[in-house]
Design a binder for this molecule. Structure first.
Ligand code: SAJ
Length: 420
């Protein structure tokens, strides 16, 4: 049995912190490293800075038991896990590896012979090999698997996280893990590490590149399938067919399983990861790129429907002026029953309406206690407030919206809540 009594986890965000808490709850000394002093202070006081069910209690107990502590600088450990963001440039859509490189450089001074370094972040193909080269440049006194194979001092693997926000604490344990080692021994060591808490199977891929592309493939698969549903919803609107009825009828076929259309695709994973494939294979990833464009086009289509509804109000109710047209927006988050607004198509739609509409705007968002500053002129209202808006947009299917009465006025329902 390898000694994994002390592990450093670099990046204490949506993945790093739950992973740190999970290892700490198994009795391992965990050093959580983050560049944000507020995050470090919050965790050291037993608190958390993100919303994720069941995480708070595990972090609180681990900190109080002395098993989890946060710092700004890495310390010597037996294993290092890197779980920092890999954003894309909004202009070029190219992946940005700056955080990965900075995290790698930060552990370089403290790694020692026999250590395991695992990259957990979702990354473009070839990044684990780059990480290996970055470390070898900083530590010429150590040997690495790209040049010394199984005899290397340091072991390196990629083990992409695949947990669903909102179910992280269950899925960390239950999901199968993919492990791509730079060598067989690297992979086996990483498997031994994750077996400390993973009850799903730890499956070894033939290379880090395969594990990297597998993770990107999972999210691209979902993006392509949602794009199909979103395209169908626009076709159905043109042909005057109810897309929800259509999908439920087609899904009665034993080999058809169409996903649900919506206001677009949001979040920090599915809306981003497919671009990593497009960036490295620009001439051969036509379907993946098209799916991204279809899903990114959906909020624009919703806004076009909104503008048509405004024109229709002005044409049919001749006495009404634009500033008297009341708009109700249902949902801002990127998916149901969470408060996460990152890359949210609903938020983008609300912000555009807010910037171009002069009448009152009401927002129903049960998971927020205040609106973002970009919506300063809108009013956050409770879902039981009687909605007498001229135009209502259903953008996120929060569970509390399911049984609300169908409003009067123009309805733009991207989630099929008011289909009856
Ligand atoms: N969505 C639809 N229609 C659907 C399903 C989803 O429009 O039928 C939209 C949601 O509203 C949301 C977006 O897609 O805007 C993404 O939501 P999601 O619940 O499908 O996925 P995420 O982004 O929360 O998490 C995904 C997961 N990947 C897969 O299911 C393949 C998760 O397992 C990954 O770990 C996570 O990305 C990640 O970190 O990469």
């Amino acid at each position: 049995m390898t000694d994994f009594s002390k592990i450093s986890i670099v990046g204490l965000g949506y993945i790093g912190l739950p992973t740190a808490a999970m290892f700490a709850s198994r009795g391992i000394e965990i050093v959580g490293v983050d560049i944000n002093p507020d995050v470090v202070a919050t965790i050291n006081s037993g608190g958390i800075h993100i919303i994720e069910p069941d995480l708070d209690a595990v972090v609180y107990k681990s900190v109080n038991d002395g098993k989890l502590r946060a710092t700004l600088t890495p310390e010597a450990s037996q294993a290092f896990l890197i779980a920092v963001p890999t954003p894309i440039s909004h202009d070029t859509l190219d992946p940005n590896l700056d955080y990965i490189q900075a995290a790698t450089n930060s552990i370089a001074p403290v790694i020692e012979r026999g250590n395991l370094v695992v990259l957990e972040s979702t990354v473009p193909v070839g990044t684990t090999e780059k990480l290996c080269r970055w470390l070898s440049v900083k530590r010429p006194d150590l040997t690495f698997p790209d040049t010394h194979g199984e005899a290397s001092d340091i072991r390196i693997a990629h083990c992409p996280e695949r947990v669903l926000p909102g179910r992280v604490m269950q899925e960390l344990i239950e999901n199968d893990r993919l492990i791509g080692g730079m060598t067989e021994r690297c992979a086996n060591l990483a498997k031994e590490l994750y077996s400390i808490f993973v009850r799903g199977e730890c499956v070894i891929a033939s290379s880090p590149r395969t594990a990297e592309l597998a993770k990107l493939t999972e999210n691209s698969f979902r993006d392509v399938n949602i794009a199909f549903a979103n395209e169908l919803s626009i076709i159905c609107d043109e042909l005057n067919v109810n897309v929800w009825e259509l999908i439920s009828l087609a899904n009665r076929h034993p080999r058809v399983n169409i996903l649900q259309p919506g206001a677009g695709v949001g979040g920090h994973c599915i809306a981003i990861d497919p671009w990593f494939i497009v960036a490295s294979s620009p001439n051969t990833s036509n379907l993946i790129r098209t799916a991204r464009n279809v899903n990114d086009g959906k909020p624009k289509w919703v806004l076009q429907k909104f503008r048509e509804a405004v024109q229709s109000c002005l044409a049919t109710e001749k006495t009404i002026e634009t500033e008297k047209i009341t708009v109700a927006i249902y949902g801002l988050s990127f998916k149901p029953d969470i408060d996460d607004l990152r890359e949210s198509p609903a938020l983008a739609i609300a912000e555009t309406i807010h910037s171009e509409h002069s009448g009152p705007i009401m927002i129903y968002e049960p998971n927020l206690s205040s609106l973002p500053s970009t919506l300063s002129n809108a009013k956050l209202v409770s879902a039981d407030t009687n909605n007498r808006a001229n135009i209502s947009l259903m953008l996120v299917d929060h569970s509390t919206f399911q049984n609300l009465p169908k409003p009067a006025g123009h309805l733009i329902d991207t989630k099929g809540i008011w289909k009856q």
